[in-house]
Design a protein around this ligand. Structure first.
Ligand code: SF4
Length: 297
């Protein structure tokens, strides 16, 4: 039987949820625990770092006047993101360099060109899918946090929000991976419904369109949500909160094996693969991280 709000257990956890953490729990509760409760460090992957650079370049692209939003300008911004990353996070920059077997003493310009080349392919694809000179985003990298139940907030960062002159809202997310097959598209769209729910609760407007742009496979997935879709998403998130709460109160975060185990950073600690998880940290350390500055509430 589904628990009601009043039945959330003694440990008031979680107090917030993002689409990524919700997806972690749905994929594997133990993965959720390792990331959200133990907060175990994870080595950044080259693919994720390239994704971050591409997202940043596309965000900055819209700072330029429309006529200046060319592929050449986007590539220059990508180079700028590499310079920023190298200065702010040398460890992550080293991960990208190591992937390419670049010698530490290689000239900076040579390193930049080599690191940027695989990421620049995503920008080529972006320009094949959209013309940024004809877009004027309403929001970019929009941080949102909305309380949808007592002491429970949904939060996240939306890559882009477009608004037509008539006020229609389109929520856009860039992916540097490949589009999922039809069987998994609904799962991929969960993140977008999550954002649409947050937007609706924040502004009172149900977005007209949700759009996933797959830069790894040169296509898009679109969906027009209805209010009842978003109500169903809210019910699903609240049910998820209760399921996480049950795990938190029982201390049981069951491993769920799947193909994703092959890429899981925590496999050595996973009992499904012969490992032993660390003891659960004290509950006082589980508290959700503070909402970063700049989030719309
Ligand atoms: S290895 Fe698989 S089952 Fe274990 S925590 Fe990771 S995703 Fe879950």
């Amino acid at each position: 039987m589904t628990k009601t709000e009043a039945e959330v257990g003694l440990v008031d956890y979680p107090t917030s949820l993002s689409p990524s953490r919700a997806s972690d729990f749905m994929t594997c509760p133990l993965l959720f625990r390792f990331r959200s409760i133990d907060r175990l460090p994870q080595d950044p992957s080259p693919a994720a770092l390239r994704g971050t650079m591409v997202h940043r370049a596309l965000e900055l692209l819209f700072d330029l006047p429309p006529e200046a939003r060319t592929l050449g300008a986007a590539n220059a911004l990508l180079e700028q993101t590499w310079v920023e990353l190298s200065a702010a996070d040398p460890q992550s920059a080293a991960v990208l360099q190591a992937e390419l077997s670049l010698k530490p003493e290689a000239p900076a310009a040579e390193v930049a060109a080599a690191v940027i080349a695989p990421a620049a392919i995503y920008l080529d694809t972006y320009f094949a899918l959209e013309n940024p000179q004809r877009l004027e985003p309403h929001e970019r990298e929009f941080g949102v946090a909305v309380e949808i139940a007592d002491n429970f907030t949904i939060r996240g960062f939306i890559d882009r929000v477009d608004r037509t002159p008539a006020g229609d809202i389109r929520i856009v997310d860039y992916k540097t991976g490949r589009a999922p097959t039809a069987k998994y598209q609904d799962k991929a769209m969960f993140q977008m419904r999550f954002y649409a729910l947050a937007w609706w609760r924040l502004t009172g407007v149900v977005p007209k369109m949700l759009q996933l742009i797959y830069l790894g496979s040169n296509n898009m997935i679109r969906y027009e949500p209805s209010q009842s879709d978003l109500e169903a998403t809210e019910a699903k998130i609240l049910a998820l909160r209760l399921a996480i709460n049950e795990s938190a109160n029982s201390g049981i975060f069951a491993p769920t094996t799947s193909k994703l185990c092959d890429w899981c950073s925590f496999r050595a600690l996973c009992p499904a693969w012969g490992g032993t998880p660390p003891a659960l940290p004290p509950v006082s350390l589980w508290i959700a991280p503070p909402i970063p500055d700049g989030l719309a509430t």
